[in-house]
Design a protein around this ligand. Structure first.
Ligand SMILES: Nc1nc2c(ncn2[C@@H]2O[C@H](COP(=O)(O)OP(=O)(O)OP(=O)(O)O)[C@@H](O)[C@H]2O)c(=O)[nH]1
Ligand SMILES: [Mg+2]
Length: 457
C-alpha cells in the first residue's frame, strides 16, 4: 500500500556541519530519483537497500547542494516505509531549499512527530515506545535518558503486556465458564483470582510509585557498601565522596549506623551507603547497626563488597558472600598495599563476582571500580532496582485507573459478588493498560477465548 510521502528537516534549524532531510512514504524513491544526480550524471541506484550514494541535489539543471543520500527500503527503516535521508550542508537556508525541492517533486511537509507516528501505525513500535522517542530527544540528564532508552527498547511495554495477558486470561476464563458452566467450573475461583491479583496490584503500585520522577532523577542508584568489620568500608566511602565523611579507626565496629551520601560518578548518580561491619555481636548498638546493614543490602541496586586482603576470609565473609549471591555486586579486594593472604582468583571463585584489587588507603584501583560501575550501568546490569520507571503522565494515569479497577475486583471477591462483576472491572483494568501501548481491546478477547478455551469445539 502506498501512503502519501512526507518530508522534513530532521536536524536542528541552526547552522551546523551537516543537515539531514528525511523523506518517508510510497513516493520517497520517486522523489529522490527526480532530484538526485550522481557525480557522473547517472541516476540514483535503487536496487539495493541501505546504501549511501554521493552526488548532487538538483532542480532540473540547477545544482542545489552536494550531498550523500541514504536509501532504506521499507519495512527496514524507522517508519517501516521506503525512506530516504539526504545529508546536505547544514545551513538553514540550504536545508530549507532542499526541503522545498523535495516537496515540489511530490512529498508533503511532515507534521511534528509524524515519522514516529508512522512507525507506530505500521506496527514497528508501540505507543509507549513512540513516546519514549520524544523523551530520548528531550532527556536533559543521564537518568532521564537511560529511562527513556529502556522504554524505547520496550521495557515498559513488556511489563504492561505481561500484566494484560494475565488479566485477559482471567476474563476469558470467566466468560467461558459463564457460557459453558457444564464444562468449566467457577467453584473456588474467587479465592484463586484473589491470589493472582495480589502480585498484579503490587506491580502496579510499584510502577505508579516510580512515576514520582523527580525522585528517580535525584535518587540514583542505591549502592550499599558491605563487609566485615575493619575491612575498610568507611575508608572507601571517604574516597568515593572525596572527603572525610565517615569515621575511620582501626577498631573493628567503628561504624554503627548507616551513613548515606550522594555522589556523581562518571555521569551516574549514586547514593552510597556505608554500613556497620557484618558480624555476630553482643553489643546492642552494633547489633542494630548490623541489622540495618542487612536491610540496606536487601534493597540495594548495587552492592560493593569490601574484603580485607590482609586477613583470611572468615565466617562473616561467608555470610556476606551468601547475601550477595545472585545480586548485582562488585567485590573489592582492599588493603592490597599490605601483604595479601586473600587472592583475587580465590575471591572470584568464592563469590562468582568480578573482583577488583584496591587500596582505600593509597587510593589505588578506584578508577577500575568506577569503570566497572559505569559499564554495569550502561549495559543495563544495574537498572534502578531493575525497575521500569514511569515518567509519562499519561502512563501514570492509565496505571492508576487500572490499579483502582483491580482493587474493585478484589473488593467484589471479598464481598462475594457474582463472577460477572469481576470481569467488568478486569476489563477496565485491561483497557486502561492497553491505552499505554495503544492497543485495541475487542479482538484480543476473542482471540484469547478461541486460542485458550476452544469454545464451541
Ligand atoms: N593498609 C591499609 N589500611 C586500610 C585500608 N583501608 C582501610 N584501612 C585501615 O583499616 C582500618 C579500618 O578501616 P575502616 O574504613 O574504618 O573500616 P570499616 O570497614 O569501615 O570498619 P567498621 O566500620 O568497623 O566496620 C583503619 O585503620 C584504616 O585506616 C587500605 O587500603 N590499606
Ligand atoms: Mg566503618
Amino acid at each position: 500500500m502506498k501512503t502519501d510521502t512526507i518530508a522534513a528537516i530532521a536536524t536542528a534549524m541552526t547552522s551546523s556541519g551537516i543537515g539531514i532531510i528525511r523523506i518517508s512514504g510510497g513516493q520517497a524513491f520517486e522523489v529522490i530519483e527526480k532530484i538526485f544526480k550522481k557525480k557522473n550524471g547517472g541516476k540514483i541506484d535503487l536496487s539495493r537497500s541501505h546504501t549511501v550514494q554521493y552526488g548532487y541535489i538538483c532542480d532540473q539543471d540547477e545544482v542545489i547542494d552536494e550531498v550523500l543520500v541514504l536509501i532504506m527500503k521499507g519495512p527496514h527503516s524507522y517508519t517501516a516505509e521506503d525512506t530516504v535521508e539526504i545529508d546536505c550542508h547544514g545551513g538553514v537556508l540550504m536545508m530549507k531549499k532542499i526541503l522545498e525541492t523535495v516537496i515540489q517533486y511530490g512529498a508533503r511537509p511532515a507534521e511534528p512527530g509524524e515519522f514516529t507516528k508512522r512507525a507506530f501505525l505500521n506496527g514497528r513500535i508501540d505507543l509507549s515506545q513512540a513516546e519514549a522517542v520524544i523523551d530520548v530527544i528531550n532527556a536533559q540528564n543521564e537518568y532521564a535518558l537511560k529511562s527513556s532508552v529502556s522504554q524505547l527498547k520496550g521495557k515498559m511495554s513488556e511489563k504492561v503486556k505481561a500484566l494484560r495477558e494475565k488479566i485477559i486470561y482471567e476474563i476469558a476464563y470467566i466468560e467461558s465458564a459463564l457460557d459453558d458452566p457444564e464444562h468449566i467450573s467457577l467453584d473456588g475461583y474467587g479465592e484463586e483470582l484473589a491470589k493472582k491479583l495480589e502480585p498484579m496490584v503490587k506491580e502496579l503500585e510499584r510502577l505508579i510509585a516510580s512515576a514520582d520522577n523527580g525522585k528517580v532523577m535525584s535518587e540514583g542508584v542505591k549502592t550499599v557498601i558491605l563487609g566485615k568489620p575493619n575491612a575498610g568500608k568507611s575508608s572507601l566511602m571517604n574516597v568515593l565522596v572525596g572527603e572525610e565523611r565517615a569515621i575511620v579507626t582501626d577498631i573493628a565496629g567503628t561504624t554503627r549506623d548507616t551513613l548515606e551520601e550522594h555522589i556523581r560518578l562518571r555521569g551516574i548518580s549514586l547514593n552510597v551507603v556505608d554500613t556497620a561491619g557484618i558480624r555476630d555481636t553482643e553489643d546492642v548498638v552494633e547489633k542494630i547497626g548490623v541489622t540495618k546493614a542487612r536491610t540496606a543490602a536487601e534493597d540495594a541496586d548495587l552492592i560493593i563488597y569490601v574484603v580485607d586482603a590482609s586477613v583470611p576470609l572468615d565466617e562473616n565473609d561467608r555470610d556476606i558472600i551468601e547475601m550477595i549471591r545472585n545480586r548485582k555486586a562488585v567485590v573489592l579486594l582492599n588493603k592490597t598495599d599490605l601483604e595479601q593472604v586473600v587472592s583475587v582468583e580465590e575471591l572470584e571463585k568464592q563469590t562468582g563476582h568480578r573482583v577488583i584489587p584496591v587500596s582505600a588507603k593509597e587510593e589505588t584501583g578506584i578508577e577500575e571500580l568506577e569503570k566497572e560501575i559505569q559499564s554495569m550501568f550502561y549495559q543495563g546490569d544495574i537498572d534502578f532496582n531493575d525497575e521500569v520507571y514511569v515518567t509519562n503522565i499519561r502512563h501514570k494515569t492509565a496505571l492508576t485507573e487500572s490499579l483502582s479497577s483491580l482493587k474493585l475486583v478484589q473488593k467484589s471477591i471479598e464481598d462475594g459478588m457474582p463472577e460477572d462483576f469481576y470481569s467488568i472491572d478486569l476489563m477496565n483494568a485491561y483497557e486502561q493498560l492497553g491505552t499505554i501501548i495503544g492497543e485495541a481491546v475487542e479482538d484480543d478477547l476473542v482471540n484469547e477465548i478461541f486460542s485458550k478455551f476452544c469454545m464451541g469445539k
